[in-house]
Design a protein around this ligand. Structure first.
Ligand SMILES: NC(=O)c1ccc[n+]([C@@H]2O[C@H](COP(=O)([O-])OP(=O)(O)OC[C@H]3O[C@@H](n4cnc5c(N)ncnc54)[C@H](O)[C@@H]3O)[C@@H](O)[C@H]2O)c1
Length: 468
């Protein structure tokens, strides 16, 4: 694919001079076909879950409750994690799944013909290799965030999805949060006017998890040599859906700046006794607060922040503003000009409460209560899984495609490049190669619960559900 090769060639010389000069590369036109791609309907969706840690367990518990979805394979490098989910399935009265255990067992899973979907909740460095293996083995690839860490991985996923005609979806659950879906509906109805600016973030104190929790400290090990925003999609994904990114607009360029790195080192000194422990002596590159600004082709601006190393309350910001008003979250607030020219100088509590019910997204209205019973980030995890399962069962395009994956994840490498080059402007590749101009907006997605034979009776709380 000429576009990708040109871009990669471009990255070889991508030093400070080229970046600061705002060098652009022209990409071949005519892409974007996977945005509207629909695979033949699968009445029964057979899923192989790989990576059965904190997040993967939740996936098993949610997927096991969706009609027409069967977990036929469990895979982890650690046998005990597979046994744990084997026992869960047995207790829930579900059929036994085939087990794949070992560092490279996912390769056998990708080749096994007993699965249609590979649902991947492994550490970041395994995301793209497993998704590529899945698609090359004829499976749809569903991958936790961020689904790709480098531009090369982004391009390879786009090429492979287009070539194999397999879905490659990033599991960005935050697009299915109640307030995110409400915001989407307000934008869709034009109630905030012409959209001009959005803000998203991932601000989550993960010092304990980085130092003491994740399997083999995979996340800390990634953060040590990297700068920039290495976890951009939770705040960014919903903003992109409000703004029809890759569906009428696209990222043009970005600049990124970050603070010094202090939080992890300070926390390590306080919680790890041995002075020569590698976690204490590591030279952690990742700044505590990264702030990135993106300019879109239509002229809009987006701010994205990342901070997982200071003691701050959780926030994804989730702010969207336009010519008639704005919504923001943490906590949920609304300020809307009710009469032309009247202004909206304060948040309007009454209107916020009214609109929360009146303009609730149809998917949330229909299945939000069931999703909340199952849990997992307030229900959004279950809603996301319910929706993609419905799409696969009915041969519909997915809400998030490989171009969304690639453009959202491209920030991992691009923000690092900008930060390391005095916050210079960096072009964002057009992974759709022009397809963004003709791809229709997402619209209001829905599920037909009756068709799925699902009324939510008897759904069980996902005991491992994460709350934030
Ligand atoms: N969408 C969300 O809200 C959300 C929340 C938390 C985590 N995540 C993402 O989920 C993923 C997993 O995070 P986590 O918190 O569950 O981490 P974790 O460390 O608890 O789990 C990772 C699992 O992967 C397994 N694993 C490691 N190498 C493997 C291999 N070669 N083959 C098979 N399995 C392997 C580990 O044994 C472990 O069970 C990450 O990508 C993370 O970013 C997403």
């Amino acid at each position: 694919m000429t576009g990708r090769r040109d871009f990669l060639k471009g990255t070889l010389w991508m030093g400070a001079v080229a970046l600061a000069g705002g060098a652009r590369c022209e990409l071949a036109a005519g892409g974007g076909e996977m945005a509207t791609f629909a695979a033949p309907p699968l009445r029964k969706v057979r899923v192989g879950c790989v990576g059965l840690g904190r997040r993967g367990q939740g996936a098993v518990h949610r997927l096991a409750q969706i009609p027409g979805v069967v977990i036929t394979a469990l895979c982890d490098v650690r046998h005990e994690m597979v046994i744990w989910q084997r026992n869960y399935l047995a207790k829930a009265g579900k059929p036994a799944a085939r087990e794949f255990v070992g560092e490279e067992a996912w390769k056998d899973l990708c080749q096994w013909d007993g699965v249609d979907v590979i649902y991947n909740a492994t550490p970041w460095h395994l995301h793209a290799p497993i998704a590529l293996g899945a698609m090359r083995g004829g499976k749809h690839a569903f991958t936790e965030v961020p689904a790709a860490m480098t531009l090369d991985e982004c391009w390879e996923l786009v090429e492979t999805s287009e070539k194999t005609k397999r879905h490659c979806m990033q599991l960005e659950n935050c697009c299915y949060g109640e307030i995110e879906m409400l915001a989407f509906n307000l934008c869709h109805l034009g109630l905030l006017g012409e959209l001009t600016h959005g803000e998203g973030a991932y601000i989550h104190d993960l010092r304990w998890n980085n130092m003491h929790d994740y399997y083999l400290n995979w996340r800390l090990r990634w953060n040590i040599p990297h700068k920039g925003n290495q976890y951009p999609t939770h705040g960014l994904g919903p903003i992109c859906q409000y703004m029809d990114i890759n569906r009428g607009d696209r990222f043009d360029y970005l600049v990124s700046l970050e603070s010094q790195s202090a939080g992890f080192a300070s926390y390590a000194r306080e919680t790890i006794k041995k002075p020569d422990d590698w976690r204490r002596t590591a030279n952690i590159q990742m700044g505590d607060m990264n702030t990135t600004l993106i300019k879109t082709a239509k002229g809009r601006s987006i701010m994205v922040q990342h901070d997982v190393s200071t003691p701050r309350p959780y926030s994804r910001i989730n702010l969207i503003s336009g010519t008639k008003g704005m919504l923001c979250d943490y906590p949920y607030r609304l300020a809307v000009e009710t009469k032309p020219g009247a202004g909206a100088h304060e948040f309007n509590k009454k209107l916020a409460a009214e609109w929360r019910t009146k303009y609730a997204h149809p998917l949330w209205k229909k299945a939000g209560e069931i999703a909340q019973k199952v849990g997992g980030h307030g229900g959004m995890d279950f809603l996301m899984d319910l929706r993609w399962a419905y799409c696969l069962q009915n041969g519909l395009p997915l809400d998030m495609n490989v171009y969304d994956l690639a453009s959202w994840c491209s920030l991992c490498e691009l923000t690092e490049k900008s930060v390391r080059n005095r916050s210079c402007s960096v072009d964002v590749p057009d992974f759709t190669r022009g397809g963004w101009k003709t791809t229709p907006p997402l619209g209001l997605v829905d599920v037909d619960l009756a068709k799925m034979g699902f009324d939510g009776t008897g759904v069980q709380k996902d005991e491992s559900a994460l709350s934030v």
